[in-house]
Ligand binder design. Structure first.
Ligand SMILES: C[S@@+](CC[C@H](N)C(=O)[O-])C[C@H]1O[C@@H](n2cnc3c(N)ncnc32)[C@H](O)[C@@H]1O
Length: 595
């Protein structure tokens, strides 16, 4: 008798078994090839937040953090264009057919907050359920990307070469691939790690076997997949490869996978209308508004790179006045310079400077500045070698006269070598030179006179725990959260010295951590009696802005949320369109000297 022939009973049993096999596997496969991330936290941090928000609420926050917003927010550069012109151009370009599917009427809308009609929202969609081929029987070809890459893809980007970590064997150009993300896993000694080497081959099966539909049985399939379980529930979409497997790991740049189906579909603005628009989260745009810069003023942006808020401030000032954009990273300072040039802005002077050392430490200069510069509406800038420069670059201003002793050693100022003295004299003759030029190298010890700015923005370095989407949060410990708070206070101390009497300080931070925001406000008001919380512009009651002045008392308890915060956290809903979950803005006014 021929094998398999004439044995209907066995055939029926085999068919039955195969059906059962598929049925029992199907739901599991649906779960596997889905997007259902669970944000991982350091256990102590989780405890701390649960104490602050309550279990249910914190779980909502966590869920919302791991998903992107439902729209992209763009700021129109009104020095170069208008909202209407940009809307027209974007619709002409036909962003992407999937997005246009929502109907042109609602695709792009202007922000309804009065005064913010240069902010446009471009609609996205999601979450979508995607069918990843016949995943139950034949594992799809796959590409595994880094977390940062996935976070960008969830906001509309394509998969670029540096983001690819691993890939199935035999992937060729034009193949359809499923894209998943490698998220940090707990490792030894309480350390987190991805635990997969770049270039690893993904087999797509847990056991090293796969089910063969034709033979209706499992067949051996090379090795088990080394990262199979870890990427379960972390599939962000499907795309077409622009490169073969070998190409992805050989090339240094370029698109590796063009996404064709996304779990969250947001439009990409990569290289689109460069200089005319800027992709920016709404609360960041609102921060510039809250600062309320006026034309002709001198503004300090203490932590400015890459220059998102700096350029927003410059545009509000119609490029008239002076903005000192400071950042401690040289390369990031160059980013500010590049962005300003791209947007056609000339009132920004980027400086590489540690914000913790931004106040001129020369006692004589400080004394001078507090006596004189603060009364001058234009202020003065000091490079701490004793050279003071008026904002128009006139080195023979009254300030120079006062600081003259430090040019050489005769006047009894701090000791300067002959070389430094020569350099200073040369500068007096020739102007500021390379180290003062835009984006150029700047000496570390340079700083500014106290009281020399009309307004200061402190967009402090923070945990960024308010930004979405975020696929991993375990890097922050309670200690590191505390450090952010301490660091910000030190920066605030500098900001207070640098603003003139009657001036404004705006402090902003992107976090859900009350220790980084509420605590700073309390510290500021307790330490500097001449500071008061300036009323927010009531018209700008937009999402992400905490416009209240109340502070929580002492220990963080479940009751610490006050009306303003409740309003903020109630929006922590995945269906909400907020692009930032937690953002805090506080505006301070410095008392006039005689008040
Ligand atoms: C939140 S980001 C600023 C974002 C920026 N304001 C924007 O809107 O584009 C914080 C920045 O602070 C900078 N930074 C951190 N510590 C600093 C310090 N001590 N002095 C100056 N800049 C610092 C970082 O390099 C980083 O670029």
């Amino acid at each position: 008798m021929k094998k398999g022939g004439g044995r209907p009973f066995f055939k029926t049993i085999r068919t039955l078994f195969s059906t059962l096999h598929n049925q029992t596997n199907k739901p599991k496969m649906d779960e596997r090839y889905s997007y259902n991330p669970k944000l991982k936290w350091n256990s102590k941090v989780e405890e701390y937040f649960i104490k602050a928000y309550g279990v249910d609420h914190f779980s909502k926050i966590s869920k919302a953090l791991a998903r992107p917003s439902c729209y992209s927010c763009i700021r129109v550069n009104t020095l170069k264009s208008t909202s209407d012109a940009v809307i027209e151009k974007l619709l002409e370009i036909e962003l992407r057919s999937a997005v246009l599917g929502y109907g042109q009427d609602n695709l792009i809308t202007k922000c309804q907050i009065p005064g913010l009609d240069y902010v446009l929202f471009v609609k996205g969609s999601g979450p979508h359920t995607i069918t990843y081929g016949d995943a139950a029987s034949t594992p799809p070809k796959e590409v595994l990307v880094s977390r940062k890459c996935a976070e960008a893809v969830l906001r509309g980007a394509q998969v670029f070469v540096p983001g690819v970590l691993a890939c199935s064997a035999h992937v060729e150009i034009g193949d359809r691939v499923s894209v998943s993300v490698a998220v940090e896993q707990p490792g030894s000694e309480n350390k987190w790690g991805v635990g997969i080497t770049r270039g690893t081959i993904l087999q797509g099966t847990l056991t090293g076997k796969k089910y063969n539909v034709a033979l209706r049985t499992d067949i051996a399939f090379n090795m088990p997949d080394p990262y199979y379980s870890e990427r379960s529930g972390l599939y962000i979409g499907q795309g077409t490869t622009h490169m073969s497997r070998a190409g992805m790991f050989r090339a240094s740049e370029g698109i590796a996978v063009e996404m064709t189906e996304r779990v969250f579909d947001l439009p990409s603005f990569h290289s689109l209308l460069e200089g005319e628009i800027f992709l920016q989260n709404l609360p960041s745009i609102i921060t510039a508004h809250v600062l309320d810069p006026q034309q002709g003023e001198r503004i300090l942006d203490m932590c400015a790179a890459p220059g998102g808020k700096t350029t927003a401030i410059a545009i509000l000032m119609r490029d008239k006045g002076e903005i000192i954009a400071m950042d401690r990273s040289h390369n990031k300072v160059l980013d500010i310079k590049k962005l300003a040039a791209e947007m056609g802005i000339s009132c920004i002077t980027p400086y590489r400077l540690d914000a913790l050392k931004s106040v001129c430490q020369n006692n004589e200069s400080i004394e001078f500045a507090t006596q004189h510069c603060v009364k001058e509406p234009v202020g003065a800038k000091c490079d701490c070698t004793g050279l003071c420069e008026s904002p128009n670059g006139d080195m023979t201003s009254i300030a120079t006269k006062k600081c003259q002793p430090d040019v050489g050693n005769e006047g009894g100022g701090k000791y300067l070598s002959k070389a430094e003295t020569r350099k200073n004299i040369r500068r007096l003759k020739n102007g500021p030179g390379r180290s003062h030029s835009v984006g150029g190298r700047v000496e570390k010890e340079k700083g500014f006179f106290p009281g020399s700015f009309d307004r200061v923005l402190l967009d402090a370095p923070c945990s960024a725990l308010g930004l979405r989407p975020r696929l991993f949060a375990g890097e922050e410990s309670v200690e590191s959260l505390r450090k952010h708070g301490k660091y910000q206070r030190k920066m605030f101390d500098q900001a207070v010295q640098l603003v003139r009497p009657g001036g404004i300080i705006v402090y902003s931070t992107c976090t859900i951590n009350p220790g980084e925001n509420e605590a700073l406000v309390r510290y500021a008001l307790d330490t500097y009696k001449f500071l008061s919380l300036a009323p927010q512009n009531p018209r700008i009651g937009g999402p992400g802005l905490v416009g209240h002045c109340e502070l929580f008392d002492g220990e963080i308890t479940e009751e610490w949320l006050r009306p303003g915060e409740e309003e903020l956290v109630q929006r922590f809903d995945p269906s909400s369109s907020l692009d930032t979950i937690g953002f805090f803005i506080a505006k301070f006014k410095v008392a006039q000297k005689d008040s």
